[in-house]
Design a protein around this ligand. Structure first.
Ligand SMILES: Nc1ncnc2c1ncn2[C@@H]1O[C@H](COP(=O)(O)OP(=O)(O)OP(=O)(O)O)[C@@H](O)[C@H]1O
Ligand SMILES: [Mg+2]
Length: 276
């Protein structure tokens, strides 16, 4: 079940490769401190789809924020294509769909998608075209002028994904993007996300509580254990692509979810890759 990633070749490291080395994060809470993550080491290849699962509070969102260079680690390093995470962020290498991503209610759908491009000073005509292309990509071409309040939950999530892609990120970070959706809508969104990821050819890092979602989408699923958050298991998902909803009923899909759920439930430390 556990495998150590092979060293990356030069071609594999071009655009969107992530190296995390002995990463730890301790928050200062005044009189005490809280170690949210410890001893996290891993590598992600360009174009890989990698998911993190683990109990609430084990540090999944913190790990995504560290990878995105939004916060500085207490110890260890994050390198993106050989550069530190903050530099990669300045170069706009990341698209981020936050756990609590909200659309601005006073802007239309297309204006919400354009927003990061306005901040990045992309000329008006170019950003309008890009936003239209992305609305097409997420299947919402007819909803450009609609207010976010008129969208269903699944549609709003698709707008948030489109917005994260506007600056052509080489890495897409997704923090429970479909957490609030019912199971059927979530499965449809998983098919959509797989298609978008394949079209964009980016590295994807997904945080989810849903084991089936992680298996469906990922090349590799990494399980984090709590207190402090650390890697307790890793599983390669060798199912062929593109994955279909029919595959969810197949024994080989079930075997992946069964094994991963077992690790999650038991909290067993199966060949921990690193620990502090
Ligand atoms: N800015 C902060 N200051 C202090 N503590 C923090 C901060 N951010 C996160 N933490 C703590 O770090 C731990 C990990 O939080 P994090 O949000 O990364 O967990 P999570 O795995 O994403 O949880 P969930 O599944 O509920 O979203 C928690 O104990 C949380 O209280
Ligand atoms: Mg979280």
């Amino acid at each position: 079940m556990i495998s150590t990633p092979a060293p990356l070749s030069q071609s594999e490291t071009a655009g969107g490769a992530i190296t995390v080395d002995s990463l730890g994060m301790t928050f200062d809470l005044g009189k005490q401190s809280l170690t949210a993550l410890a001893g996290i080491s891993l590598e992600m290849k360009h174009g890989e789809f990698c998911s993190f699962i683990g109990p609430s509070g084990c540090g999944k969102s913190t790990l995504l924020r560290l990878i995105a260079g939004l916060i500085e680690p207490s110890v260890g390093t994050v390198r993106v294509d050989g550069e530190d995470a903050a530099t990669a962020r300045q170069k706009r290498k990341f698209g981020f769909v936050f756990q609590d991503a909200v659309l601005l209610p006073w802007r239309t759908v297309i204006e919400n998608i354009e927003l990061p491009m306005i901040v990045a000073h992309v000329p008006k005509q170019e950003r309008r075209q890009k936003a239209k292309d992305l609305l097409d990509l997420v299947g919402l071409a007819d909803f450009a002028q609609v207010a976010p309040a008129k969208l269903s939950g699944g549609m709003a999530r698709r707008v948030a994904i489109a917005r994260s892609l506007v600056l052509d990120p080489s890495i897409l970070l997704l923090d429970e993007p479909f957490g609030s959706l019912d199971e059927i809508t979530r499965q449809r969104m998983n098919v959509e996300l797989q298609r978008i990821w394949a079209a964009e050819r980016c590295t994807a890092v997904l945080v989810t509580h849903n084991v089936g979602e992680a298996v469906f989408l990922s090349d590799r699923v990494i399980v984090l254990g709590a207190r402090p958050g650390r890697i307790i298991a890793e599983r390669i998902i060798d199912l062929p692509r593109p994955r279909t909803l029919e595959m969810i009923g197949e024994p080989r899909f079930f075997e992946h979810t069964r094994q991963l759920s077992g690790v999650l439930l038991s909290g067993a430390v199966v060949g921990a890759e690193s620990d502090a």
